[in-house]
Design a protein around this ligand. Structure first.
Ligand code: GLN
Length: 449
């Protein structure tokens, strides 16, 4: 697989004149259009003319030293969940085909454009962002990084986002994460995915799955790429990341739930990364997190995603439920059976959970756990609903723990070049975004041994 550049490298090349935005956009468009590649299944819509026009505009601004940022002119992809002015937002579904085109950009799309990023197109996703696997019966399923001849899932729900970055069809991607949807596809494709603290980035102009949990984050090729995009999304200045020294990092590995039922490759890669961190002087403690046992029962009736998505979908699903992916509609409909009292219980139980977990993790710099319990399954092995449900839960389980505790988390590739992709997740309490980035930047090179 070719090694595509980081945002920092692209910014240097733009600044020195070694490349132009037009060249970058043309190269991405050519990779998307390559009939031998995954472009067809990765994008739901390619914004060719607008991307080229913006590229020329950014090249013109850079010539007169008026580029809006160092990253101006770099092509990125946008998950189909976000409004882009003048386009229909389909959320990976067919049920919204008749909707009016958006009259303005989503808040996050507007922020990316303001920094000069070029929107190359809308990426495929699991319908309405449900599932961590990445299968879409309407628009096809892009093959993930692993064993393309066999065809393994890309992870979801931001499936096209990850593959667009993996295959150089974009140099960064906008995704969302409600239960793992930035981190799982990042882990399955050997790239980096970030789930910010939920309240950090505004949701305006995106189709909700669960407004309590929906978090908007980037997928990209390095920790610093994600930090740059996250700063733009949070409307903060882009300041250089200071990697923390591994020596002296205090890391807690939760032994409750997070290490259960791991695929052998996940377990061995995770242990190898821990050993390398310890060899470099990190202090790693395995701790019980009894609080995690509360989360399964809390979500037994479908959790926030079911009640909140049912509230949004109930009229649409009554009219067009027959064209939803049944694996998605069945989960939305679980919200119908939740009472207001059930939902209020959930809010209160979560509040208590967050307080108790925050107290437990306070002595540590971060939690570390495998991003997913599984490696990417073969697409053809998931034709059976039972197999799909099992692998979906194994993909989502660890990530969802962090959404439930209102935390922030990054998934870093931890496998050796040529091996099946495995992600390592570094997570912290809500609001510790900057620390998580600094720790991740410090350990990025050390965990891949
Ligand atoms: N969008 C996501 O992050 C996926 C989360 C959601 N809980 C699901 O089950 O499918």
């Amino acid at each position: 697989m070719p090694d595509f550049p980081t945002l920092a490298k692209l910014a240097d090349d733009l600044e020195s004149g070694r490349t132009t935005s037009r060249k970058l956009v043309e190269a991405c468009l050519a990779r998307i259009a390559d009939p031998a590649g995954e472009g067809q299944r990765t994008f739901i819509h390619v914004d060719k003319d607008a991307a080229l026009a913006t590229a020329d505009a950014m090249d013109g601004l850079r010539k007169v030293k008026a580029a809006p940022s160092r990253y101006a002119g770099i092509p990125i992809s946008i998950k189909d969940l976000f409004d882009i002015r003048g386009q229909v937002t389909r959320a990976g579904s067919r049920a919204l085909d008749d909707s009016a085109p958006a009259d303005q950009d989503a808040a996050t799309v507007a922020r990316l454009r303001k920094a000069g990023f070029v929107v190359i197109g809308r990426t495929n996703m699991t319908e309405f962002a449900y599932s961590g696997i990445g299968i879409n019966p309407h628009y096809g399923t892009p093959k993930g990084a692993w064993n393309r001849a066999e065809g393994h899932v890309p992870g979801g729900s931001s499936s096209g986002a990850a593959v667009s970055v993996l295959d150089g069809m974009a140099h960064g991607a906008l995704g969302t994460d409600t239960g793992g949807s930035c981190r799982i596809p990042a882990a399955f494709n050997g790239i980096v995915g970030y789930k910010p603290t939920q309240r950090r980035v505004p949701l305006d102009g995106s189709v909700p799955l669960s407004f309590s949990l929906d978090s908007i984050g980037p997928l990209a090729r390095s920790v610093s790429c994600c930090a740059i995009l996250d700063a733009v999304l949070a409307n903060e200045p882009i300041v250089p990341l200071k990697p923390r020294a591994v020596k002296g990092m205090r890391l807690a590995v939760p032994t409750t739930i997070a290490l259960d039922d791991l695929d052998a490759d996940v377990a061995s890669t995770f242990e190898r990364a821990l050993k390398s961190l310890a060899d470099h002087g990190a202090v790693i403690e395995r701790i019980e997190m009894a609080e995690f046992h509360d989360i399964g029962p809390m979500n037994a009736k479908g959790g926030f995603a079911a009640s909140e998505s049912y509230a949004w979908h109930r009229y649409l699903i009554a009219a067009k439920g027959d064209i939803y992916d049944p694996r998605v509609s069945v989960r939305i409909m679980r919200g119908e059976a939740q009472s207001a009292a059930d939902y209020i219980d959930l809010l209160n139980e979560r509040r208590s959970l967050i307080a108790r977990v925050n107290a437990r993790v306070a002595p540590y710099d971060a939690l570390m756990l495998p991003t997913t319990a599984n490696t990417p399954p073969k697409i053809s092995d998931l034709a059976d609903d039972k197999a799909f449900t099992r692998e979906n839960l194994r993909a989502l389980r660890n990530c969802t723990l962090i959404n439930m505790i209102d935390g922030c988390a990054i998934s870093l590739p931890a496998h050796r070049e040529g091996d099946v992709p495995v992600g390592l997740m570094l997570a912290g309490a809500g609001g510790s975004d900057r620390r998580i980035f600094e720790l991740a930047a410090g350990m990025e090179a050390v965990i891949r041994v």
